[in-house]
Design a protein around this ligand. Sequence first.
Ligand SMILES: Cc1cc2nc3c(=O)[nH]c(=O)nc-3n(C[C@H](O)[C@H](O)[C@H](O)COP(=O)(O)OP(=O)(O)OC[C@H]3O[C@@H](n4cnc5c(N)ncnc54)[C@H](O)[C@@H]3O)c2cc1C
Length: 398
Amino acid sequence: MNGRTCDLAIVGGGLSGSLAALALARKRPDVSVRLIDAGEAIGGNHRWSWFGSDISPEGAELLSPIRQNVWESGNDVAFPEHRRTLSTPYLSMSSPDLDTALRRSLPDDALVLRRRATALDANGVTLEDGTRINARAVVDARGFAPTQHLQGGWQVFMGRHIRLAGPHGLERPTIMDARVEQLGGYRFVYVLPLSAYELFVEDTYYQDTPTLDCSALSSRIDAYASEHGWDGEIIGFETGVLPVITSGNFERYQALNRSHGVARIGAGAGFTHPLTSYTMPFAVQCALAIAADADLPGDQLAAKMEARARSHWDAMGFYRLLGSMLFGAAPPEQRVRVFQRFYRMPEDLIERFYAGQSTMADKTRLLIGRPPVPIFGALHALASKRPSLIHTDESKIA
Ligand SMILES: Cc1cc2nc3c(=O)[nH]c(=O)nc-3n(C[C@H](O)[C@H](O)[C@H](O)COP(=O)(O)OP(=O)(O)OC[C@H]3O[C@@H](n4cnc5c(N)ncnc54)[C@H](O)[C@@H]3O)c2cc1C
């Protein structure tokens, strides 16, 4: 290997980095990989979910070594004016499930955990204790970092995993229960029946600031669970403060985040759905692309992923526009009307929306008709610039 430690060094064992390592292990076992993460385990503390229609058959095959909850019977939504069951299957996996699958699929020396990378370059990675990992190609999957070059709002949430004393009787997930009090933005509760006795209940807000008020969200989850008779033992929880991108200077963003000759993937590279903040469909696509290009020299892989990120940014423009209208056109408590109207649309249009694959006809359909928010507000929203996506640790209130 010409003095190299490995062929590919991936920094960041979150969703995108882990899936890239998994794709390489499954499709290119001859390529030696190091997956480096600062954390104790792969994937941090997350539950990732997605619609069956978000992922290609090849993508589903990639995810197959990971234990997943699969709800073939579809998913529910509930709004003040209507309820609906959609037939699209829904899936979910946890970070411990991802960690287990990676440990089983990768050779023992591939995982480098509890090690922070301090420098990435075209020929390798330097860790904080000075260890050098030389590689033919380096992939940066370190996640999203706040930036002044992108603007928008925030999706803030707390999720709780509860074990009940008796069965809850739910058949399928509720993706959005927006009949709850609308506080400070578009608010909904998300419920996954993980097993007959276990539920995952998440309280989510599309809000203007990145403030996560843990005690308020925790008591609102208590109240929602109690109303439904779901009192039980808390066995896990997660929180998130995710950017909802409505505009930005992507070229500048890329330039400032570029390490010369290093390929970038994941949320930090811009592979997100600007409005839902989900990355799963794009993380799977990038993982497959990295495996397909595993023989490229590092600088070529870097250039290819950067061009891919630019095309993704261009393709997501419509969702940024919808995001501007969501945040800018309606008072926060009335944002629910935008989603309520959206969920009256045909099921295949909704599927393409979440997968980031809306057609021209879908886009037209979403924009025409009686708007759910005042038209002048919508026009004003499009003309005005939203705040930069910057937050600080003080954003989290315990
Ligand atoms: C709680 C939560 C739930 C989410 N749920 C969903 C969902 O259901 N569906 C969906 O599609 N999206 C979801 N998202 C959004 C998005 O998919 C995730 O944020 C996703 O994990 C982003 O993947 P990533 O690989 O870019 O970054 P991350 O998964 O955040 O991974 C980055 C990794 O890099 C490591 N790292 C950073 N710096 C260094 C360093 N210097 N050295 C070594 N390691 C480093 C970190 O420890 C981390 O493990 C969720 C986000 C959160 C926070």
